[in-house]
Design a protein around this ligand. Structure first.
Ligand code: GDP
Length: 300
């Protein structure tokens, strides 16, 4: 089995290749939940949804979120009724949020609700929330703290940020399922997800770093030079006190990573890092990178 740590874009692009090489029952994905939120009474877990929809083969891979060919009848009528949601949720996507909200209100752990949804969607891979308790990423702005979703989705990242904080009632603890998956794996792969908003929240769950130090870990950089392939990672890295580059990314993982992979075009030099074409612009590129990584793990 191989376990991945994932956000909602970079690592799912890699998983798109991996799922062509491995039996999906051999794949576990530990997913960031620090972007979760409640909206109109329903529970959004953007990164879990992207990973589930990928394995269910219904993901909109144009945006890397939401369900392909979804409709927006409910969103439009809600707006007419005066309920302006900050993000346009498709009707089928919303059904998943309604179901998860009901399960959580009924007392299920997020891990159990995710497993139930995966079962209903015929997903063979194991999709694991990093923790069962609520933890949320906020960015610090001059006007006060702002939920990451508000910063990125509502304001499109067009706000100066001065810091990143995680808010929680009790410090997040990795679930037993997460720690067992890491321990039972042949390797753990950290895909090229955002180091600040996707991977660090997982690493901050009690027990994860220690478990990773005992494992064979491969990480792939989401940066080429001082820019991420997409998204707000550069501003977030600066606000997090890190250089927005592969070097800054490596510094967050160096206590447990065995192999660090940078893009062939990356001008930043990291001693001992491997070079690969990491730009997964279409399915074939995802497959090529996945094959290289499987060779590192299984040697063939
Ligand atoms: P989010 O939850 O939507 O923010 O998604 P992730 O955290 O999983 O991924 C976002 C990161 O993926 C960004 O920092 C991008 O630089 C990176 N990324 C996206 N596509 C690629 C790609 O094809 N190659 C590499 N190396 N990084 C990518």
């Amino acid at each position: 089995m191989i376990t991945f740590l994932s956000g909602g874009t970079g690592t799912p692009k890699l998983l798109r290749g991996v799922q062509e090489l491995l039996d999906e029952r051999e794949i576990a994905v530990i997913v960031n939940t620090a972007e979760d939120t409640w909206l109109s009474g329903n529970h959004l877990s953007p990164d879990i949804d992207t990973v589930m929809y990928l394995f269910a083969d219904i993901l909109d891979t144009g945006r890397w979120w939401g369900i392909r060919d979804d409709t927006y009848i409910t969103h439009d009528l809600l707006a007419r009724l005066g309920i302006e949601e900050f993000i346009a949720i498709g009707d089928r996507d919303r059904a998943v949020h309604v179901a998860r909200g009901e399960m959580l209100r009924g007392g299920m752990r997020l891990t159990e609700a995710t497993a139930t949804l995966c079962g209903k969607l015929d997903i063979q891979a194991t999709v694991l929330p990093m923790t069962d308790s609520a933890v949320t990423t906020y960015v610090k702005t001059r006007r006060g703290d702002m939920h990451f979703q508000e910063y990125w989705v509502k304001h499109r990242g067009d706000v100066a940020i001065e810091g990143v904080v995680r808010r929680f009632r009790e410090p997040p603890v990795a679930t037993d399922e997460v720690l067992c998956a890491i321990e039972a794996s042949d390797a753990v792969i950290i895909g090229p997800s955002n180091p600040v908003t996707s991977i660090s929240p997982i690493l901050e769950c009690a027990g994860v770093r220690e478990a990773l130090r005992r494992q064979y870990v491969i990480a792939i950089s989401p940066f080429i030079g001082d820019a991420p392939v997409s998204g707000p990672a550069a501003a977030l890295m600066r606000a997090f006190g890190k250089e927005p580059s592969s070097a800054g990314t490596y510094s967050l993982y160096e206590d447990f990573v065995d192999i660090f992979i940078q893009d062939t075009r990356d001008p930043v030099e990291i001693l001992g890092a491997l070079r690969q074409d990491t730009l997964m612009v279409y399915r074939g590129k995802s497959l090529d990178l996945a094959k290289s990584i499987m060779t590192l793990v299984y040697g063939c």
